[in-house]
Design a protein around this ligand. Structure first.
Ligand code: NDP
Length: 399
């Protein structure tokens, strides 16, 4: 029924390849393309015909190069690109989609390489072009952004007449057994967590020092974990799409060991994103650091524990009474690994990306233009979360 191309063969790409292959009644032809062909081949080979479908085709592509992408799209004729390469490639892939007439989905907003800036403005600027071309672009379809944004839309649709306060709470209570490792691409992750904190309150952004606001939050099946307010990209679209929100924050758990390593990395200059001259060659310290840190895609085998990610929302219910609501998913790293060979953070990102692709293929999320996921009907997506491996739970007025 639908031809799909996945770009990026890292941890998230591995999960998307598995989940898309599992849904072969919908995705009848699949291609996995990335910078390093051998990584695509290894993933395609590990999947084989495990799910009873034809093999996944593979290709080498430099996603920074629009002409190469267009050439590949014109040869394969996909209906949809699932972009799980890096945020740096978002705009080149969107440009190629417009040129070759392909629809687009990603899990992280565009970032310029030379500045750690998380804003949708660059991708929202494609609105007219996608609309005129009759193509759909689905932005931010991982877990956060992604499933959490859909959770918020679901809460607004079914439970609230007015939402006042939103807290997205992201806990990874897993243990990978390494002294220090990041759960997804180290360069992107460290850029994200070392920036200043920022949250929305009474119509404006409040900026804090990195990790300035923190407190223990209680996570289901996990208990209390110190959680830190950091800026996260979905806050920008959520406060725009749900304008009654008086406050919107994003909390993430970090262990003391992780924060100590992070501080050292920053203090010695290894988190720098500007080039430095080393023996006559320009290197970017954070890119060098990525090369020596554990590969997040390889953390799965020894990973124990689970993630718990969700939304805590307060406001007025449909009868005008005060309501506190919590919706979340817990995902065990070992279950994710047993199914796909990848750890829970890759899994919780790759499964929603696949569900977004399913939403597009089935016509539920298909309209010309550029959209954040909360702008679509949340119901069919929520239904598939339960089917595809990320069941969710609701708590009303938690004590
Ligand atoms: P990885 O670093 O493991 O994988 C990235 C892949 O993209 C690699 O295979 C890499 O190739 C490939 N790639 C990088 N540059 C290019 C290029 N120019 N051309 C073609 N391929 C390229 O990252 P993850 O899998 O951990 O993360 C993937 C994406 O998911 C990131 O954008 C990340 O921000 C996002 N994410 C989103 C989350 C969410 O909840 N919304 C949570 C976690 C991640 P090579 O193998 O050669 O290095």
């Amino acid at each position: 029924m639908s031809k799909v191309i996945i770009i990026g063969a890292g941890g998230v790409g591995t999960v998307v390849a598995h989940k898309v292959a599992q849904n072969h009644a919908v995705f009848t032809e699949i291609m996995l393309a990335s910078r390093t062909l051998s990584k695509c081949d290894a993933i395609a080979c590990a999947i084989g015909n495990k799910y009873g479908n034809r093999t996944i085709q593979t290709a080498q592509v430099d996603a920074d190069n629009v002409a190469e992408l267009v050439d590949l799209f014109r040869k394969f004729h996909p209906e949809l690109v699932i972009n799980v390469a890096l945020p740096y490639q978002d705009l080149t892939i969107m440009d190629a989609c417009l040129e070759a007439g392909v629809n687009y989905l990603d899990t992280a907003n565009y970032e310029p390489k030379n500045e750690a800036k998380f804003e949708y403005k660059w991708q929202w600027a494609y609105q007219d072009r996608f609309t005129k071309a009759g193509l759909t672009a689905i932005l931010g379809c991982g877990f956060d952004p992604g499933a959490c944004s859909v959770f918020t839309a679901y809460a607004a649709k079914h439970h609230f007449s007015r939402m006042d306060y939103l807290d997205i709470v992201d806990c990874n209570a897993g243990d990978h057994g390494k002294a220090f490792a990041t759960n997804f691409n180290p360069e992107i992750n460290i850029r994200e967590v070392t920036q200043k904190g920022r949250y929305w309150e009474n119509g404006k952004w409040i900026v804090t020092e990195p990790h300035e606001i923190h407190r223990p939050l209680t996570y289901p099946n996990i208990g209390d974990k110190e959680s830190y307010v950091i800026y996260h990209e979905e806050l920008e679209s959520l406060v725009k799409n749900f304008p009654t929100l008086k406050r919107a924050r994003f909390w993430m758990t970090f262990g003391q060991e992780y924060l100590t390593h992070l501080r050292v990395i920053q203090n010695i200059g290894m988190a720098r994103i500007d080039p430095v001259l080393y023996k006559g060659v320009e290197i970017v310290p954070i890119q060098f650091l990525k090369a020596v840190l554990p590969d997040p895609g390889g953390l799965g085998a020894d990973y124990t524990g689970e993630t718990s990610i969700g939304c805590r929302i307060k406001g007025l219910d449909n009868a005008g009474k005060e309501l506190a609501y919590y919706i979340y998913n817990n995902c065990k790293h070992q279950d994710a690994y047993a199914e796909t060979g990848a750890q829970g953070v890759s899994y919780t990102t790759g499964v929603p990306a696949t569900i977004g692709a399913l939403m597009f293929a089935k016509g539920f999320w298909r309209k010309p233009g550029v959209f954040n996921v909360e702008e679509f009907d949340p119901d069919p997506f929520m239904e598939q979360m339960n089917v595809q491996g990320l069941p969710w739970h609701e708590v009303f007025n938690p004590v």
